[in-house]
Design a protein around this ligand. Structure first.
Ligand code: SR1
Ligand code: MG
Length: 414
């Protein structure tokens, strides 16, 4: 058995079994442990250890010194500390919405947590056109609690600044600064544009100086607006779901940033599911029903967040000036403006940039994929450029529907 106490190494499946036996009193002595590495994200290794006798299981998540997706991304494995601390903190702020973390190991850069295999990754479930009627309620509670309760509105300001210090996350922030805010908006070598979409991207994105200027403003907001302790990568691949439960995972990109970043990521990834379903579901009635569900979910996320945020503000605000009449509406407006902008940025970067989403890459017909990408990019531009006019759930849905309508003739004739 290898030594887990002196120096880091990337674990094999057998190492993960030995690790759990040595480090944690979780399984019986006579447990028959097996392990599979099940990670499918861009950065880390995820080991699922199961006792074949009892069916009990647990997850070990290990961060390596480089990203799984490419050795070019050298990353501090300290992200694993950030992830376990954030999960614990967010579990206190929004009970029931994150997995329980049992241990964190700063030598092996891994943490041990609940196995959520009775849930499914939300992106995969949406790709199978499953519905989760409680999702909007769950995610809006998670967002309102975690974003407001970590802000200066509620926290004593020195305590908040301690958290800013504790969760400074320069390397992972740099990935988002590059991949989300910079590379999609110029002809960067690292971009991966689908050939049929290239001409559109050149004309509508890389040659658009107005758009470039707006993304510069937004990038500087991301780097300087220490508003809330955000998850930092809240796409549907960071959500485990089943009918009656929603669990948020993978907060390794967390830091103090603009609150709208998390909400915008959720909305953009629901839009990917919508656009994908529009092309992939063949049965017309089923398609209409599923699109209606997604449309309502997008709108509900925004509206429920708004209602819960304002209510929580009244209950929890401690900062004197935050209670001045009109201020909470001003503050919320700015979050919703950031939400619209980030919706547009996330839509752009997943189409133009390096890190794709399966919703779009799994569209097998090339013409359909190009149309789907153009719809997402058209919506993206509107979200970024018109962000100061987008405030309600209906406003978000309207941008999506208008972008789909702009291609309805091409879709019919395809
Ligand atoms: C190099 S990491 C690429 C992307 O994967 C993560 O999930 C984040 O979304 C990041 O931007
Ligand atoms: Mg992730």
């Amino acid at each position: 058995m290898k030594d887990f106490t002196s120096a880091y190494f990337t674990m094999s499946e057998q190492d993960a079994v030995d690790y759990i036996r040595t480090k944690l009193d979780f399984f019986d002595k006579n447990a028959e442990l097996t392990c599979r590495e099940i990670g499918d994200g861009n950065l880390n290794y995820v080991f699922r250890v199961v006792d074949e006798k009892s069916g009990k299981s647990i997850i070990i998540k290990q961060a390596g010194p480089v990203a799984r997706i490419s050795d070019a991304f050298k990353l501090s494995p300290d992200r694993n500390r950030i992830e376990s601390d954030i999960l614990k903190l967010k579990g206190e702020l929004a009970p029931g919405f994150v997995p329980e973390v049992y241990s964190y190991d700063p030598i092996m850069n891994c943490c041990v947590m609940d196995d959520l295999s009775d849930h499914e990754i939300m992106r995969s479930a949406l790709l199978k056109h499953q519905k989760f009627p409680l999702f909007a309620d769950h995610i809006s509670t998670f967002l309102a609690n975690t974003l407001l309760l970590t802000s200066d509105v509620v926290l004593e300001h020195k305590d908040k600044k301690d958290l800013v210090k504790q969760f400074i996350n320069p390397e992972l922030c740099e990935i988002s600064e590059d991949l989300v805010y910079t590379e999609p908006f110029y002809d960067c070598e690292q971009n991966e544009v689908f050939p049929g979409t290239k001409e559109f991207v050149v004309e509508e994105f890389w040659n658009d100086q107005k758009l470039a200027l707006e993304t510069a403003k937004l990038k500087f907001e991301f780097m300087t607006k220490a508003q809330s302790l955000i998850h930092g990568d809240l796409h549907t691949g960071s959500i485990f779901i089943k009918k009656d439960s929603t669990k948020i995972i993978d907060p390794e990109f967390a830091f103090y940033g603009p609150a709208g970043y998390d909400i915008g990521n959720v909305i953009a990834n629901l839009i990917f599911a919508y656009v994908s379903s529009n092309f992939v579901i063949e049965d017309q009635e089923k398609k209409e029903d599923y699109l209606l569900y997604l449309k309502n979910t997008i709108s509900d996320v925004v509206q429920l967040f708004t209602d819960k945020f304002l209510k929580l503000w009244d209950e929890k605000a401690t900062e004197r000036t935050a209670k001045y009449p009109g201020f909470k509406e001003v503050y919320l407006n700015s979050i919703l403006e950031d939400t619209a902008a980030v919706t547009g940025l996330e839509l752009s970067r997943r189409i133009i940039g390096l890190a794709k989403v399966k919703d779009i890459t799994s569209i097998t017909d090339d013409n359909d994929r190009v149309l789907a990408e153009k719809i997402c990019l058209t919506a993206a531009k509107t979200f970024i450029l018109n962000r100061s006019d987008i405030r309600t759930g209906n406003d978000f849905v309207k941008v999506l529907l208008e972008s789909v309508s702009a291609y309805s003739e091409s879709i019919k004739s395809n």
